[in-house]
Design a protein around this ligand. Sequence first.
Ligand code: 13P
Length: 249
Amino acid sequence: MNRYVIANWKMNVPPEGIGGYMDVLENAPAGDAQVVVAPPFLYIPELVKKARRIAVGAQNCGDRKSGAFTGEVSAAMLRDAGAWFAIVGHSERRGVYGEGDELVGRRMALAVENGLTAVLCIGEDLSVRDAGLPRVTEHLSSQVRAVAQAADARPGGVVIAYEPVWAIGTGRNASGAMVAETVAQIRSAVTQFWPASRATTPILYGGSVTPDNVGDLVANGNIDGFLVGGASLDSRKFLAIYDGLVGRK
Ligand code: 13P
């Protein structure tokens, strides 16, 4: 499966409870896209126990194998716990906690080396977007180029999530046409800077995705799925986004 719908709970738990949430998703009809749920670290084992078709992801992963790194959780530990995905470079990690491209690249390399699929988040802030497409392209290309070496690591996969910072949690999503135009630029940066084996890297969109705007993003965005924050905390909304991607009403 090369399409994904990923729930990023951030530092939240769904109000309906983990059991109820997982039941709704597990009992929904299957489609040709992988559902991934990324809870806070602590809940990963509980989700893994309940997951049959759903894959479980982490919201970050350590940039070292082991050692005196208080507060970090290694990629090997995440695999041990049953996670298959790790989000790296989320704009909240970059913006709130000051994570830069080099650190993100190390996290990504270890995720991939340990058999996790790394979900690499990239995106521009509003000042870059307002400066026009060439500036957006330059910004996103440099984020892709910065982790190029990490993308070469084996054997896990890489998925890119294009998440414009100005669209995250703001209720202001990018239009399908704008996403398509930007994704084409990301695709060309991947071809230019990453190993040939990554040419088909799936590219997801994230940023205020809801059941109401999923239609335009699917029809016009030229994307392989979604990374969903706020709307992923409600199993039915999240499922409606999944249904939008796989073409089910
Ligand atoms: P929202 O869907 O709440 O805008 O969050 C997007 C996001 O950051 C997912 O990683």
